[in-house]
Ligand binder design. Sequence first.
Ligand SMILES: Nc1ncnc2c1ncn2[C@@H]1O[C@H](COP(=O)(O)OP(=O)(O)OP(=O)(O)O)[C@@H](O)[C@H]1O
Ligand SMILES: [Mg+2]
Length: 253
Amino acid sequence: MSLLEVVSLSKEFGGLKAVQDVGFAVEAGVVHSVIGPNGAGKTTLFNLITGVYTPTQGEIRLDGVDVAGRRPDQLAALGVARTFQNLQICMNMDACENVMVGAHLRLDRNVIRAALRWPGLVRRDRELREEAEALMAFVGLGDHVHARADGLSYGILKRLEIARALAARPRILFLDEPAAGLNPRETIEVGELVRRIAADGVTVVLVEHDMKMVMSLSDRILVMDYGRKLVEGTPDEVRRHPDVVAAYLGKHA
Ligand SMILES: Nc1ncnc2c1ncn2[C@@H]1O[C@H](COP(=O)(O)OP(=O)(O)OP(=O)(O)O)[C@@H](O)[C@H]1O
Ligand SMILES: [Mg+2]
């Protein structure tokens, strides 16, 4: 059974079919990328799978269970985490606190129990902080733990978002354009980070326009165009496919 299976998934906004009858499966342990021209429906697909939008139609199966329509926090509890194409960082908190927000997504069920035992709560806060600091070191931000978020560069904030998503201890992590706006060196570093995340056993679904990164990291690639699935396959199959070449040359040439 696939970790994630999407069946005939559609989302309409008014008359606009942002995602149309898309089906694909993500196996546990892979890096599975989603590519396509601007407006192809990639972010909408992520928003559907992570519970931000309710599908107009279709199924989203996690370990065979249909989770379509569940809320983001319910999906987080099942091991689904994500980053956002437009950064969603709390600028008035420090970097470490932003990462701790991700851990709370996982632990909020126990908050009331913990609140009844104040010393336990203090201890938990310390544990979460230590865990967040370890994650920041993992993503290469060990020097920025106590920095205020509003003083950090864009490239660092992009990685901070990844640390926050990891704090929820996901089984499957959705990254929406983690390299957008980064310089070439930062882009290579994020590529290496994605590789290390996958090596740790987290399944990664990646939306990214940097083709070099996509082609070198991905086990499989889903190509979307105008809300539909155009092609799905290995990087080699996708690279050679005439429809893919046409979709990209048609819009980007
Ligand atoms: N909340 C919304 N309301 C109305 N239309 C939307 C909404 N979200 C997305 N759309 C539309 O759906 C289509 C797909 O958008 P989406 O953001 O999913 O594309 P994308 O593939 O992520 O593009 P990009 O590469 O530019 O990020 C676009 O035409 C977009 O304008
Ligand atoms: Mg997008």
